[in-house]
Design a binder for this molecule. Structure first.
Ligand SMILES: *Cc1c(COP(=O)(O)O)cnc(C)c1O
Length: 816
């Protein structure tokens, strides 16, 4: 059948009229709640809107599904243990072309879309950057018109809710499904079974060694699908999240609620940590559960569309992406399905597997490298363990005599009683990518250099990106309008257009508008801060923002030392421009140091915010429960973006990109994507400082970091550090001491004190430029214009063409 390409550049920003919108809303409310708009609660209006939106995309969703299989499109499946979409109402409205109309129509009815949208709980199925990236990629896959789907877990509790009690972090359960998830569709008929434990006997069945499973636990995996709606292009892909249920044939085996709960608990919690490996059994179960369920459903689909006899063509139609090592078992599981399930010859299955799989590495930190104990792994997944061992055996045998025994030993998968998941992912994939240029370079030259020697062609870089639609069009509508006014609205369809904004560098009216927009966003955030914390902040002050997970390598501690230094100056009568330092950060519950940092920052905030001597020149605000929704409120109001990780430690970072897109100026170490931001905006439009990669590695190699020498020789540094233990900060003696001790250890890996002086210098320059508002606005404008470089749509175009080899979805005209 002839297929015609549907235009993806439908530039009608209003696909529905306000009148029609109001009518549909009224009829939804009438039908579902038997009430009028005037009577309806916010919750009911939200539910009615969500239902309208679902009606708006359901045809597109069905049509995309049909087109993807009927037209033989290759499909990518992005396997990730985390997805962090935040809320979906406004982004679905935007992508459908309804957002402006919805705002207007609701305003006509005396309603505020923002207030109604606030009813929706964040879909917080992730910790931070990794999960947010996965969600951004879902939006971009649909918006660029590729057949790309997500595969993950439907955690019944999302990431915990952070509360501060006495300045300490407390974790509360985040029961996000309680309010009902408006976007998911349970697809019972697509359920599959996943087996754990028991014993496997290999028996000869007509000459084929076939596994027989004995005494294993069978869990039913039920998919819940969420539509990922493309931007103005008629495409809607699927994010498939698996839930664990009792298998129907086992209902008698587990009669009690407690027994059932044990099975269902498999998907109840999201591990609340993103940078530390934690080898616990439940986590291993979760990983295998979504890997096996996802691959089974993909293989089933393939066979339905193309027939079992064409399995050799699998990689022509399917790409599976392993996002970090959590889904690395995909390699062994696909081998299992092909060899055991479809009696494919090992070598052929291996070629298919490698051609299907690709892998993204997200970290160089040793403590985050996943390894599983052979004992635990083989007990939980006996057949998979055999397959991993066989992959490992063949890998080693294949290199015998070609490379040194040392290289084989260093790179093999199973060694010293552990299974190295990154090795499995690399050996079983045709592509391995890092997430920023420096990160990929470090993978090639340091962390994975043995593999790079073996497989140079597999390695490539894909610098991360962000959903500009969410971070500008949704979070900063006034900035979006200014862009429309100056450069036209083509940028909403092609972010490259944003570069034209640079032409307004000398345009006083545009610069003034930028300043007014920022001020208005700061006034809004000031109100949020007042409501949430009681702290009153001046919107005219520098809004200095550090928002990201709390981790030693991200160095909230360096910002803290700067705050202490500013406070001490102000106490001593040394003046500084007014500044509000805003933190947002969640610590892993088991991460003692990170929680100590939170306590100290909160204690410093108490001290500073209530000291009349400093006349409100410095405020410190730590907002609770940083998540995507809060980010959408903070980021448009930021003047300064703190990206101050220890160079080499932050693989990419993405909040750096979101903040620049909203006109914040970056204070940056030359780490991760900060380097590429500097390349984009030029060194005059960023405050770069600190150790470079070679200096950091020199410290490590020579053991030449001696923080006590720095502390003794720099009185300013000493005074700031001493504040932690000399009683300056009330109510945190033990936490202050812990930080103090950490800073002064010779093996302090994050080199906080080594960067202190350079950081102060960078901040001096910040203060100087702040005195010149026109220059500040110009730098801000350049940053906004160049944020186009980090548009996730473009990142996805590179994944699609260079790794997955995808085509854009085409619809059959007849079926459309
Ligand atoms: C973007 C984002 C992150 C990642 O921030 P980094 O500074 O790149 O670590 C984490 N959490 C949320 C809620 C985000 O939106």
């Amino acid at each position: 059948m002839k297929s015609t390409k549907v235009s993806v550049s439908n530039k009608n920003l209003r696909e529905i009229s306000p009148e029609e919108f109001k009518e549909r809303l009224a009829s939804k409310l009438d039908r579902h709640f038997e009430e009028s708009v005037e009577e309806a609660s916010k919750e009911d209006i939200f539910a009615a809107l969500a239902s309208m939106v679902r009606d708006g995309y359901s045809g597109k969703w069905r049509r995309t599904r049909i087109a993807e299989s009927a037209n033989g499109h290759k499909q990518a499946y992005y396997f990730s243990i985390e997805f962090l979409p935040g809320t979906l109402l406004k982004s679905n409205l935007l992508n459908l072309g309804w957002l402006d109309t919805a705002k207007e129509a609701l305003a006509d009815l005396g309603l505020d879309l923002d207030e109604i949208a606030a009813v929706e709980p964040d879909m917080a199925l992730g910790n931070g950057g990794l999960g947010r990236l996965a969600a951004a990629f879902m939006d971009s896959l649909a918006s660029t018109g590729y057949a790309g789907n997500g595969n993950g877990l439907r955690y019944k509790y999302g990431l915990f809710k952070q509360k501060f009690v006495n300045g300490y972090q407390k974790e509360l359960p985040n029961d996000w499904l309680k309010q009902g998830d408006y976007w998911e569709v349970r697809r019972e008929s697509k359920s599959v079974l996943v087996k754990f434990g028991g014993r496997v006997n290999m028996v000869d069945d007509h000459g084929w060694m076939t596994p027989q499973y004995e005494g294993c636990t069978v869990v039913r995996a039920v998919p819940y699908d969420v539509a990922m709606v493309g931007y103005h292009n008629g495409v809607a892909n699927t994010l498939r999240l698996w839930d664990a249920e009792i298998a129907p044939e086992d209902e008698l085996k587990y009669p009690s609620i407690a027994d059932r709960r044990k099975i269902e608990d498999l998907t109840s919690i999201l591990y609340p940590d993103d940078s530390n490996y934690d080898g616990r059994l439940l986590r291993l179960k979760q990983e295998y559960f979504f890997v096996s369920a996802g691959l089974q459903s993909i293989v089933n689909n393939f066979i339905k569309d193309y027939g079992e006899e064409n399995l050799a063509d699998f990689p022509k139609y399917v790409a599976v992406h392993i996002n970090d090592t959590h889904p690395a078992m995909c390699v062994a599981e696909l081998m299992r399905l092909l060899v055991d399930g479809h009696r494919m010859d090992w070598d052929e299955a291996w070629e298919i597997t490698k051609e299907t799989m690709s892998y993204t590495n997200h970290t160089i930190m040793a403590e985050a490298m996943e390894k599983w104990d052979v004992g635990m792994f083989s007990q939980l997944l006996p057949r998979l363990f055999d397959i991993v061992k066989e992959i490992d055996r063949r890998y080693a045998a294949g290199l015998e005599g070609k490379v040194s025994g040392d290289v084989i030993e260093r790179t093999r998968i199973v060694k010293n009683g552990q299974i190295h998941m990154a090795h499995l992912a690399i050996i079983g994939s045709h592509s391995v990518n890092g997430v920023a240029a420096l990160h990929t370079q470090l993978l090639e030259t340091e962390v994975l250099s043995d593999f790079y020697q073996l497989y140079p062609d597999r390695f490539n870089n894909k610098t991360n990106g962000i959903t500009l639609r969410r971070w500008i069009q949704i979070a900063n509508p006034d900035l979006a309008k200014l862009l429309d006014k100056t450069i036209g609205n083509d940028w909403r369809f092609d972010s490259k257009e944003m570069l034209k904004f640079e032409k307004f560098y000398h345009d006083t009216a545009t610069l003034t508008s930028l300043q007014q927009i920022k001020l208005a966003n700061k006034q809004k955030l000031a109100k949020v801060i007042k409501d949430k914390t009681g702290v009153v902040v001046d919107p005219e002050a520098i809004f200095d923002v550090q928002v990201k997970r709390l981790h030693a390598y991200k160095r909230q501690t360096l910002k803290l030392l700067h705050v202490l230094k500013l406070y001490q100056d102000l106490k001593a009568g040394i003046d500084h421009p007014k500044r509000v330092v805003i933190f947002g950060a969640i610590a892993a519950p088991s991460y003692v140091f990170a929680k100590q940092v939170i306590k100290v920052i909160n204690a410093v905030a108490d001290l500073v915010n209530n000291d009349p001597d400093i006349k409100g020149k410095l405020k410190v605000v730590f907002l609770e429960n940083y998540n995507v929704s809060l980010a959408e409120q903070i980021i448009p109001a930021a003047d300064l973006s703190e990206q101050i990780s220890t160079t080499t430690k932050e693989a990419s970072g993405t909040s750096n990109m979101k903040l620049m897109a909203n006109g914040a100026l970056t204070v940056a170490t030359m780490d991760g994507a900060n380097i590429e931001i500097k390349d984009a905006v030029g060194s005059d439009n960023i405050f770069a400082f600190g150790l470079d990669k070679d200096e950091v590695y020199t410290y490590y190699a020579n053991h030449s970091y001696h923080p006590r020498d720095l502390y003794e020789s720099d009185p300013v540094l000493k005074k700031a550090v001493d504040a932690l233990i000399d009683g300056t900060i009330p109510n945190c003696a033990s936490e202050g001491r812990a930080l103090y001790d950490a800073f002064l250890k010779d093996n302090e890996e994050f080199l906080v004190l080594a960067d202190f002086e350079a950081y102060l210098k960078a901040q001096k320059l910040v203060e100087k430029v702040w005195q010149n508002p026109r220059q500040w606005a110009q730098m801000s404008l350049v940053n906004i214009a160049h944020s186009e470089r980090f548009d996730a749509d473009k990142t996805i175009e590179r994944y699609a063409s260079e790794i997955w080899n995808l085509d854009k979805v085409e619809f059959d005209a007849e079926k459309a």
